[in-house]
Design a protein around this ligand. Structure first.
Ligand code: NAD
Length: 382
């Protein structure tokens, strides 16, 4: 079995290393920061021990997996790897530098992958003399738990690299979705209205975060409400992804960030990790009560879900991914209770189009434009 290299031993790199070592590979993790390497090593050991204590792994398997993970302190030590997955800081210049150095270190057949969430894979591949071996392999957090991995070939990526990436990730027991190299790929694009439309409804004073969270869980069946989820992800991270996607789409108003979230970032109220976001997490804090009004709640739910369905429909219209992969990505990458296109069908495409047209005529904003794919469904049904 080939040796797998991982660059960056943070949240994602550690998770990816755990998956590869569990699949039987020897894994080499490199991180510039010694403290990060130590933290990752301790965390992996604790996780594997916990899995063994819970009976999900035998003691000897846990030990064997851990013994296959080697922490290295120079990039040069990744020389013998057959695949290298980069999961360092989300900064294009730094990633490009790492890829150009890596190319000179590894053999010419080594697959070089990036776990970037929002940067163009083509721009990272362009740092290499042989960009055809570069591809996006995008895991979700926590990587060992989430079933989905998006595979994103850049325009430079060869068919051979693409096939190898699919085979490797499928062998690791993950579900794959093929995505075009466009901002946010599938999940980080299609999920934007879950946050964005909820924030707007809150900013307009229609409902509080607690009420909107209640609506999306009670009526929508989502595991977490949008505000709870943003507090969990961290507003610095979530705001940055929204802003990056918005800019990358040439300031399309559909992805416009919100002031309600920006002020939280400005104030350092980053969510759970700082003890305060939309909610407070101190021991003495009490959770605000939602207004449990089903009629008003249904209106809020309709507006958010229809924006999500529209986003999924538009991703399909622009051939970002197949129908099946868009559905699977949202269910397996972010645990949506249903595929959004199926949801649109259930609610009726006519209902979705009418609601979007109503929103657009009320707000007079391009944000609410209906995807041609949704309109086409009605024409085809007629
Ligand atoms: N956290 C998520 O939810 C998530 C999900 C999917 C993808 N991603 C992407 O994965 C990547 C890593 O994210 P993360 O959350 O694990 O970040 P993190 O901050 O937890 O870890 C990044 C690690 O990279 C190291 N690093 C920085 N520059 C380096 C360099 N030049 N060489 C080697 N190591 C270097 C840092 O020391 C740090 O330990 C990013 O591109 C991010 O966008 C993150």
């Amino acid at each position: 079995m080939e040796i797998v290299g991982v660059i960056g031993s943070g949240a994602m790199g550690s998770g990816i290393a755990q998956i590869a070592a569990t699949a039987g590979h020897d894994v080499m993790i490199y991180d510039v920061n010694e403290a990060a390497r130590i933290k990752s090593r301790d965390k992996l050991l604790a996780i594997l021990n916990r899995l063994a204590a819970k009976g999900r792994l035998t003691d000897s398997d846990a030990k064997a997996i851990f013994s296959r993970i080697y922490f290295v302190d120079t990039l040069e030590q990744l020389e013998a790897c057959g695949t290298v997955i980069e999961a360092i800081i989300e900064n294009l210049d730094i990633k490009k530098k790492v890829f150009s150095q890596l190319e000179a270190i590894c053999g010419k057949d080594t697959l070089l992958a990036t776990n970037t969430s929002s940067l163009s894979v083509a721009s990272i591949a362009a740092a290499c003399k042989n960009p055809e071996r570069v591809i996006g392999i995008h895991f979700f957090n926590p990587a060992p738990v989430m079933k989905l991995v998006e595979i994103i070939p850049a325009i430079q990526t060869s068919q051979e690299t693409k096939e190898k990436a699919f085979q490797l990730i499928n062998n690791w027991g993950k579900m794959t979705a093929l995505a075009k190299d466009t901002p946010g790929f599938i999940v980080n694009r299609v999920a934007r209205p879950f946050y964005g439309e909820s924030l707007r409804i809150h900013e307009e004073g229609i409902a509080s975060p607690a009420t909107i969270d209640w609506v999306m869980k009670e009526i929508g069946g989502f595991r977490m409400g949008p505000f709870e989820l943003m507090d969990y992800i961290g507003h610095d991270v979530n705001y940055k992804v929204t802003e990056t996607v918005w800019k990358a789409f040439y300031y399309d108003p559909r992805y416009k960030p919100s002031f309600a979230q920006k002020v939280l970032v400005d104030a350092g109220y980053l969510g759970r990790k700082s003890g305060k976001g939309f909610y407070e997490y101190g021991e003495s804090s009490t959770a605000p009560e939602p207004v449990k009004d089903m009629v008003a709640g249904k209106k809020i739910f309709d507006r958010i879900i229809v924006m999500l369905i529209n986003e999924a429909a538009d991703a399909l219209f622009w051939k970002i991914a197949s129908y099946e992969d868009i559905e699977s990505a949202m269910k397996n990458g972010v645990n949506y209770p249903k595929g959004l296109l199926e949801w649109g069908k259930e609610l009726s495409y006519t209902h979705c189009v009418t609601l979007l047209d109503d929103l657009q005529s009320y707000y007079k904003e391009d944000r609410y434009r209906c995807s041609p794919w949704l309109r086409n469904q009605i024409t085809q049904q007629a």
